[in-house]
Design a protein around this ligand. Structure first.
Ligand SMILES: *[C@@H]1O[C@H](CO)[C@@H](O)[C@H](O)[C@H]1NC(C)=O
Length: 185
């Protein structure tokens, strides 16, 4: 289901319903993130991208996953599993922190940026840039430790999609964990 196809009133209702929930733990951004706490297995519940072809056709869509591991000072080992038209694909990359900036990258492996925009360590929104700067794909990923998440997490994802004008490219992935579980630790 594309979020972009939801009637605006429904998105607003979701946001208002979320607003009525008790405040969760304050979100943290990647400059003061505890990477050990952020490590481990995450489901990818939703994706918003400006790139056509980032997601396979409707029938091939499934939950994605990421396994994040601290790999020495300023380094992360990230395994990503994504459903593609040809089936489930996984990629492993070692990312390096970009100096003092809260972004990790490995341009030679096609990752121009991996940045956690907000997280409470049970869910989060990640900004992933693939390809070369300026020419690649931008994607926002909704991470969750579980195969589902709370209204406040969805609201944050929708809010960030709206700010980045990616709402039209936003897709909630069907709850099929067969691809995600291929990278379970
Ligand atoms: C979601 O996770 C729960 C708990 O691990 C599991 O019982 C349930 O079957 C999962 N749902 C789907 C659709 O995979």
């Amino acid at each position: 289901m594309g979020l972009g196809r939801l009637p605006p009133g429904l998105v607003l209702a979701l946001v208002l319903a979320a607003g009525a929930q008790p405040q969760e733990q304050r979100p943290r951004e990647s400059h003061n993130l505890n990477w050990n706490k952020f490590s481990g297995f995450w489901y990818i519940l939703a994706i918003a991208s400006d790139a056509r072809g980032f997601l396979p056709g409707r029938d091939a869509r499934k939950l994605g996953a990421a396994a994040v591991q601290v790999h020495g000072v300023g380094r992360l080992r990230v395994v990503l599993a994504f459903p593609r038209s040809q089936g489930c694909r996984s990629h492993t990359v070692i990312l390096r922190k970009d100096g003092k900036k809260a972004v990790f990258r490995n341009p030679l492996k096609g990752v121009a940026g991996f940045r956690v925009l907000t997280t409470d360590y049970s869910s989060g929104v990640v900004d992933l840039r693939l390809g070369r700067a300026g020419r690649g794909a931008k994607a926002l990923l909704l991470f969750s430790r579980q195969n589902e998440t709370t209204f406040p997490s969805w609201r944050k994802f929708v809010d960030i999609c709206e700010i980045r004008e990616l709402t039209r490219g936003a897709t909630v992935l069907p709850k099929d964990a067969s691809c995600a579980h291929t990278i379970l630790p």
